[in-house]
Design a protein around this ligand. Structure first.
Ligand code: SAM
Length: 252
């Protein structure tokens, strides 16, 4: 059960979650643009790794950046293309259905001033896969390019198995999972309609990182870590109790 079902056979249900949190993408994009501007990136080319339905890539394109989003889930890329049309940014944003371990092959000839990956879009393969993808992104980046990664903070998930419920208007999602000794979060998502109809049940399996581990893999890939924040909305300094880790790194 614990594989990538959530982005394969469960993609149609996860799509509903992504649609419900669409608006948050605009706030995330605002923080990302603010960070990029602090490092002098006021325009230029951005790469969004694991872009989903484009809820961050599209607002960034609206702000004038040229954005390439890559995601291996075709259903999400199809939705991202529809949204790009709706928001009239087809000229500034392109979505590519591929694995981000194929960046050098699929994005040959392109170069980026910023690379982003938000809402834990890395970790679904092995740690080596993450290093490899970040290395490929570095190779496609210009000098002084900035990398912004937002992931769950592993420390928050340590200890006994966790259970909670999330509501997205007409969708209720029961979540339960545990952090294995191999630092992989194995979790089950059970979807119900608000009337109580069972809609489906899927598992995922993702490598969670502590801040030290995240810095280590980013530097292993050749990026230089600059700073850490606790979450992408407030950009408060990181502390070990933070729900998330936002890491900013640079290509020196
Ligand atoms: C939790 S979702 C986040 C989506 C998006 N970043 C957002 O914030 O809405 C993680 C995304 O990563 C994508 N993904 C996971 N592993 C991937 C890989 N190896 N290559 C490309 N996309 C991947 C999934 O298809 C999914 O869309």
């Amino acid at each position: 059960m614990y594989n990538q079902e959530i982005f394969n056979s469960g993609a149609h249900l996860f799509l509903r979650v992504l649609r419900h949190i669409w608006d948050l993408g605009f706030q995330m994009a605002k923080s990302i643009a603010m960070l990029l501007q602090q490092y002098g990136i006021k325009s230029g080319n951005l790469l969004d790794l694991g872009c989903g339905i484009g809820r961050v890539a599209i607002p960034l394109a609206k702000m004038g950046y040229n954005v390439i989003g890559v995601d291996r889930t075709k259903l999400f890329i199809d939705e991202a293309n529809l949204q790009a049309k709706k928001f009239k940014v087809e000229d500034n944003v392109k979505f590519i259905n591929c694995d981000y371990n194929q960046l050098l092959e699929k994005l040959r000839g392109l170069s980026f001033d910023g690379v982003i990956s938000v809402w834990t879009s890395i970790g679904f393969g092995s740690e080596e896969d993450d290093v490899n993808a970040l290395k490929q992104a570095l190779n496609l980046s210009n000098d002084n390019a900035i990398l912004i990664l937002e992931v769950e903070n592993k420390l928050r998930y340590a200890g006994p198995p966790k259970k909670w419920v999330e509501r997205y208007d007409d969708l209720i999602v029961y979540r339960e999972g545990f952090l294995g000794e191999d630092s992989r979060w194995r979790s089950k998502w059970t979807f119900y309609s608000s009337e109580g109809t069972f809609l489906g049940e899927y598992g995922d399996d993702v490598r969670f990182y502590s801040s030290e581990e995240l810095v280590r893999i980013v530097e292993k890939a050749g990026w230089s870590a600059i700073t850490l924040f606790s979450d992408i909305f407030s950009l408060k300094p990181f502390n070990p109790d933070s729900n998330n880790i936002v890491l900013v790194a640079k290509k020196l």
